[in-house]
Design a protein around this ligand. Structure first.
Ligand SMILES: C[S@@+](CC[C@H](N)C(=O)[O-])C[C@H]1O[C@@H](n2cnc3c(N)ncnc32)[C@H](O)[C@@H]1O
Ligand code: SF4
Length: 417
């Protein structure tokens, strides 16, 4: 683990205590009294596996997918019936993998969720470009889906080749999206690929908006140690120049930044499963974040189904946060939205933000990372770049290590980060 990440963790959590995840089995998920609770469902199937992708996924087979979804529905009922009545939640996101491959069964999953939860801010689904046909889109819409996110990566042939993906036909995309509209149509792009210029990315983003996207997510390429990809990430200076130009271009075109990686046309165009104070995750590799704990389900589809067959939750690892750890976690993901409202922090923790992290926020303001208006902090472009930069360390120090272990071991004894 990098020294930079460890020292930052010690400073912000005011402790030498690392993040300790153990396989202590726990069925007590207390979510009934939580506000701003989101839901996430993981569908780990893909038609082809991309060698750069870190997510928990496996090749699609109808039989395995059906068995998995039966188990998933059991998990939803098991967790949902921990408390009587229907719990109010914000949004539901389906991620993967490629959840649209199971578009014929998403309605069933949504109905199971509807027996225990009320969703107030819509339902989002991730799609591979090959899923974008009017038939599949209609199926999703009929099931209640309001937002879609399509993994384009690039419209450029050269970059699709570098990533080992097939080219995407923008005309087909546009036609299907015109036929079946959604409240949010987001498209994912990967930037900072070898020799990628601003002109390359600008042309990708322009095409996305032409095809009907009202939201784009522009992810910096991350070279995970456990993937077999040979693609190397771009050096820091070039990356920063690219990011600044992308930010200026999207803002000028009427799509200002609405989170660290996303730019959107209007307030309603939102697609983010990350900026939620608390969430329940269902399916393999799904995570659950509650008031003082965080848990991760097993990454193994086989073991996931077995656990459910045994009538147990498929939890692999749990961490019980110290208060400071939870505060750092909260601030990290709130800052992802590029805004931190001290009133939200105080409501969640019952103590003023200034009392806990006044010095850090004052220093961040002095360094030009943040501005403060009406008591709310907003990240500057410089702050957003450094967030990107630090997130890269966080991803490589924590996520890379954890996922690297979990994809090999269904139930590791413990992980110390
Ligand atoms: C689950 S996939 C999206 C849906 C679908 N499976 C697809 O690939 O089109 C989530 C997104 O993560 C991003 N992603 C995957 N691997 C990445 C990496 N190594 N670095 C940066 N972004 C990555 C891609 O933009 C991808 O669209
Ligand atoms: S990028 Fe998408 S399609 Fe490719 S392996 Fe990952 S989840 Fe599957």
């Amino acid at each position: 683990m990098s020294l930079k990440t460890t020292l930052t963790r010690m400073w912000l959590t005011r402790s030498f205590k690392p993040f300790l995840f153990t396989n202590e089995y726990d069925e007590d998920l207390k979510f009934d009294d939580l506000d701003n609770l989101g839901l996430y469902v993981h569908i780990p199937f893909c038609e082809r596996i991309c060698n750069f992708c870190p997510y928990c996924k496996t090749l699609y087979s109808e039989e395995l997918c059906d068995r998995y979804i039966d188990a998933l529905i059991c998990e939803i009922h098991k967790v949902g019936s921990l408390y009587p009545g229907k719990k109010k939640t914000t949004s539901l996101y389906f991620g993967g993998g490629t959840p649209a491959l199971a578009s014929d069964r998403l309605g069933e999953i949504i109905n199971a969720i509807g027996e225990h939860f009320v969703i107030t801010e819509g339902i989002g689904v991730e799609l591979h470009p090959s899923n974008v046909t009017s038939d599949t889109l209609r199926e999703l819409k009929n099931a209640g889906v309001t937002k879609i996110s399509i993994g384009i990566q690039s419209f450029g042939e050269k970059f699709q080749k570098i990533l080992g993906r097939n080219s995407v036909d923008p005309d087909k995309l546009r036609d299907a999206l015109n036929e079946v509209p959604f409240e949010t149509v987001s498209m994912d792009f990967i930037f900072a690929l070898p020799d990628q210029t601003y002109e390359d990315i600008k042309s990708d983003i322009a095409k996305a908006f032409e095809c009907g996207a009202n939201h784009v997510a522009i992810y910096p390429f991350i070279d995970f140690t456990f993937t077999s990809s040979k693609v190397k990430a771009m050096p820091k200076k070039e990356k920063r120049e690219l990011l600044d130009k992308i930010t200026a271009y999207c803002t000028e075109k009427g799509y200002p930044r609405n989170s660290i990686w996303t730019f959107a046309s209007k307030e309603e165009a939102r697609y983010s499963s990350m900026t939620r104070d608390n969430f329940l995750g269902f399916g393999c590799s799904a995570t659950t974040l509650l008031r003082d704990r965080f848990k991760v389900n097993t990454f193994s589809v086989e073991e996931y189904c077995k656990r459910i067959d045994e009538g147990k939750l498929p939890t692999s690892l749990t961490i019980k946060f110290t208060l400071r750890q939870r505060m750092v976690y909260y601030l990290f993901w709130t800052a992802y939205s590029t805004k931190v409202d001290p009133a939200g922090f105080e409501k969640f923790f019952g103590v003023p933000l200034k009392k806990m992290y006044g010095l850090e926020f004052a220093l961040a303001k002095l360094a030009g990372f943040l501005t403060e208006k009406d008591g709310v902090y907003t990240m500057t472009p410089k702050g957003a770049f450094y967030y990107h930069y630090y997130e890269n360390f966080y991803t490589l120090a924590y996520i890379d290590k954890m996922w690297g272990i979990m994809r090999k071991e269904a139930f590791p004894e413990k992980i110390v980060l």
